[in-house]
Design a protein around this ligand. Structure first.
Ligand code: ADP
Ligand code: MG
Length: 261
C-alpha cells in the first residue's frame, strides 16, 4: 500500500466572478521511502498540492490519505519546509531544531537525543548556540529541514526549499538533501520549478499543468541511486531533463494561448 494517496483531489479558491481551479482531479500515490519531485510553471498548483498534503487547506473535491488515514489537518507526521524556512530569529539553532519536539509527548532524554542527532546529520552541531541572523541562507534552510526531520515525520514536504539560494549553495544543498534522504529513509515530496534539480533529486518527477492544476506527466528517473553532481552531464540525465523541460514548456504555452483568447 502506498504511504500517501491522493484520489480525485481538487481545490478551488473563490474569486470575484468565479473560482480559480488550483487543482482538479489529481490522483497520485507515493510509496513509502520515495523521493518524488513535482515541477510545473508558476501558478500550476504546486504549493496548493503541498498545502493539501500538509493539511493546511482542505480539498474541495476528493481525498488525501496518509498511511490509510484521511488527512483532516496538520500533524507531526508531515514536516513542511518553505522557500524561506520560517525559523524563529530569537531561538538559537538548537532551540529551533527542538521546537517541534516540545509539542510531542517525548521524554527529555529522547528530545535531547533527537536534537543532537539531527544537528549532526545536518552539519549544524558546531553552530548549535548561534542565532539565525548569523547564518547563511543555506545554513538557515538546513535548520528548517533539521527542525522538520526531528519530529521524524512520515513524509517531508519541501516547497522550493533552495529557490532563494545561489547556484553553488543550491548544489551543496541538493547533495545534502539526497544524503539525508538516504540516511533517514524518509519519504520526500519536493516542489521545485527547477527541472534540473527535480531530475537530479527525484526517483520520479510529476509535471503539473495549469488552469486547472493537474498531473500532466509522471516519469520515473532511471539514474543510479548514488548521484554525484557530475551525473548532471550523463546522457540519460540530459535526455530526461530535456523531456521534462519540453513538457513544462508545452503546458505553459498551452495555458498562455488559452488565456489570450
Ligand atoms: P504554484 O505554487 O505552482 O505557483 P499555487 O498553488 O500557489 O501555484 O497557486 C495555484 C493557483 O491557485 C494560482 O492561480 C493561485 O493564484 C491560486 N491560489 C493559490 N492560493 C490561493 C488562495 N489562498 N486564494 C486564492 N487563490 C489562490
Ligand atoms: Mg508555489
Amino acid at each position: 500500500m502506498s504511504l500517501l494517496v491522493l484520489s480525485g483531489v481538487g481545490k478551488s479558491f473563490p474569486r470575484r466572478g468565479g473560482a480559480v481551479r488550483a487543482l482538479d482531479g489529481v490522483d497520485l500515490s507515493v510509496p513509502r521511502g520515495q523521493f518524488l519531485c513535482v515541477v510545473g510553471a508558476s501558478g500550476s498548483g504546486k504549493s496548493t498540492l503541498l498545502s493539501l498534503i500538509a493539511g493546511l487547506v482542505r480539498p474541495t473535491a476528493g481525498e488525501v490519505r496518509l498511511d490509510g488515514h484521511p488527512v483532516t489537518g496538520p500533524g507531526p507526521d508531515r514536516g513542511l519546509v518553505f522557500q524561506q524556512g520560517a525559523i524563529y530569529p530569537w531561538r538559537t539553532v538548537e532551540r529551533n531544531v527542538a521546537f517541534g519536539l516540545e509539542l510531542l509527548p517525548l521524554g527529555r532524554a529522547e528530545r535531547d537525543r533527537r536534537v543532537a542527532w539531527y544537528l549532526a546529520e545536518t552539519g549544524l552541531t558546531a553552530l548549535r548556540h548561534v542565532l539565525p541572523k548569523q547564518l547563511s541562507g543555506g545554513q538557515r534552510q538546513r535548520v528548517a529541514i533539521a527542525r522538520a526531520l526531528a519530529c521524524e515525520p512520515e513524509v517531508l514536504l519541501l516547497d522550493e526549499p533552495f529557490g532563494a539560494l545561489d547556484v553553488q549553495t543550491k548544489e551543496d544543498m541538493q547533495l545534502f538533501i539526497r544524503r539525508v534522504w538516504q540516511d533517514t529513509g524518509t519519504t520526500v515530496v519536493m516542489v521545485t520549478h527547477d527541472v534540473e534539480e527535480a531530475v537530479f533529486l527525484g526517483q520520479r518527477v510529476v509535471v503539473l499543468a495549469s488552469d486547472p492544476g493537474r498531473v500532466a506527466a509522471d516519469l520515473p528517473v532511471n539514474l543510479p541511486a548514488e548521484r554525484e553532481l557530475s551525473a548532471k552531464r550523463l546522457p540519460e540525465f540530459l535526455s530526461i531533463r530535456a523531456r521534462v523541460e519540453d513538457l513544462v514548456r508545452a503546458y505553459h504555452r498551452r495555458h498562455q494561448e488559452k488565456q489570450a483568447v
